[in-house]
Design a protein around this ligand. Structure first.
Ligand SMILES: [Zn+2]
Length: 169
């Protein structure tokens, strides 16, 4: 899906649960260099269901290096996000890449899609930009997810800017 197609899907989707938070992750693997489109999405599905025993792929959407948004788990299902009994009523996405310092960079069309996904879901449920959680923020993990090169304030600022732009358009 493009950003516009995603916005249309979110608006038309028969939501059966409220969402009160958006969780951001990076895949780490596949990185940008490993990305093979549908084959990579299938690979994540296989890994999550077979090796990690999830009932389905963990995330609701995956955001590819080319900015395309791939659908994953049913949006009405709780995601396998951060655990800690904190997954209910969450919309979870994976940013494809390894965004730890010195590896991939989140920029251009992929950054625009990340900001659009957060903004679109938050607006659907009338949430503030602060209704965003980075995986690394929970003390139960040692992961750097969604990557040490990504600053949460920068992401929230970009979402806020996008929301202002929409209001003045
Ligand atoms: Zn994560």
């Amino acid at each position: 899906m493009t950003i516009d197609e995603f916005a249309n899907e979110v608006a038309a989707f028969p939501w059966a649960r409220p969402v009160f938070r958006v969780d951001m992750h990076h895949t780490w693997f596949p990185s940008h260099a490993d990305w093979k489109g549908a084959e990579s999405v299938d690979g994540m599905w296989t890994y999550h269901t077979r090796d990690r025993n999830f009932e389905d792929i963990a995330q609701h959407v995956s955001i590819a290096p080319d900015g395309i948004i791939w659908s994953g788990r049913d949006w009405n299902k709780t995601p396998a996000s951060i655990g800690c009994n904190m997954n209910a009523n969450v919309f979870m996405f994976e940013t494809v890449g390894n965004f730890d310092e010195g590896n991939d960079r989140l920029e251009g069309v992929q950054l625009a899609a990340v900001v659009a996904v957060i903004d679109t879901v938050q607006r659907q449920f009338r949430l503030p930009v602060q209704a965003l959680l980075f995986h690394r923020e929970v003390p139960q993990t040692l992961k750097t997810c969604p990557g040490t090169s990504i600053d949460k304030f920068d992401i929230m600022s970009a979402v806020s800017q996008r929301r202002r732009d929409a209001l003045t358009a």
